[in-house]
Design a protein around this ligand. Structure first.
Ligand code: AMP
Length: 223
C-alpha cells in the first residue's frame, strides 16, 4: 500500500531528510536538481510530493497526499478559514524552528504608537495570526496581504510593521528592521488525513511511530 507524504522544498525538506533516514527511508531524488514533483524513496511504500508550503494542508485534505509536513504558521492560517476539517495533527516534529514576530523600521517608535492607540498598517502573509494577535493586544490594524518579501513594505513606506518568520534575525538586520514583538514559536508538524488513516491504518501508524522515534532527540533539545 503506497503512502504519499507532501512537503515543501527548502528548510522543511532538508530537516525532514534526517527524520526519514532515521525511519529507514532514503529519498532517491534531490528536489533541488530534479524537476520531478513526485520523489521515489527506497521504501516501496513511501513516496514524497514536493508542493508549495501553503498547499501541503490542501493536498492532505483533498486526498492528494496521505500525510504531510508543514509549519505551524501555515496550519494556523489554513485552519483559521475553517478549512481544517479532516486534518489530524498528531506530532510536532520540532524541526524548521523559528518564531513569528512583529518587526518595524529601526526609526519607527512602535511602543509609543501602540501606547497612543495609533492605527497601524501591517503587511503580512499571516493575516489570521496577525489579526488575532493585534486584537488580543487591543491594537487597531489595517492588514495588507503580501505573498513574500514582507521586509520591503516598511522600507518603501507601505506599512508601519510586518509580521513574518524570523530565524537568525539576519534578514531583518540586513533591511534595517527590528523585532518588537515575539508572537509565537513555530516548528513543523506532521499532519495526517483522517480518511487515509482509516483506510491505511497500519502503514501510516508505522511511519508516524518512526517519525515520533526519530524526532525524540529534537524534543529533548526543545525541553
Ligand atoms: P533569518 O534571516 O534567519 O531570520 O530568516 C528570515 C527569513 O527566512 C524570512 O524571510 C522568513 O520568512 C524565512 N524563514 C525563517 N525561518 C523559516 C522557516 N522555519 N520556514 C520557512 N521560512 C523561514
Amino acid at each position: 500500500m503506497m503512502i504519499t507524504l507532501a512537503l515543501s522544498k527548502g528548510r522543511i525538506f532538508e530537516e525532514t531528510l534526517p527524520l526519514l533516514q532515521a525511519a529507514g527511508i532514503t529519498v532517491q531524488d534531490d528536489p533541488d536538481t530534479s524537476r520531478k514533483l513526485i520523489l521515489a524513496t527506497d521504501h516501496p511504500e513511501v513516496r514524497l510530493l514536493v508542493v508549495r508550503a501553503t498547499d501541503v494542508p490542501t493536498y492532505v485534505q483533498y486526498g492528494g497526499a496521505d500525510m504531510g509536513i508543514t509549519g505551524k504558521d501555515t496550519l494556523l492560517e489554513h485552519c483559521s478559514t475553517g478549512s481544517g476539517a479532516g486534518l489530524y495533527q498528531p506530532l510536532d516534529l520540532q524541526i524548521a524552528k523559528c518564531r513569528i514576530s512583529v518587526a518595524v523600521r529601526s526609526d519607527f517608535d512602535y511602543a509609543s504608537a501602540v501606547q497612543k492607540g495609533s492605527r497601524l498598517t501591517v503587511a503580512t502573509k499571516y493575516v489570521a495570526i496577525s489579526r488575532e494577535f493585534f486584537a488580543s493586544k487591543g491594537v487597531h490594524v489595517d492588514l495588507i496581504k503580501l505573498y513574500g518579501s514582507m521586509e520591503l513594505a516598511p522600507l518603501v513606506g507601505m506599512a508601519d510593521a510586518i509580521v513574518d518568520l524570523v530565524s537568525t534575525g539576519n534578514t531583518l538586520k540586513a533591511n534595517n528592521l527590528v523585532e518588537v514583538e515575539h508572537i509565537m514559536d513555530i516548528s513543523s508538524k506532521l499532519v495526517v488525513s483522517q480518511s487515509a488513516l482509516k483506510l491505511k491504518q497500519a502503514p501510516i501508524r508505522r511511519i508516524m511511530d518512526a517519525f515520533a522515534q526519530a524526532s525524540k532527540p529534537y524534543h529533548a533539545i526543545a525541553e
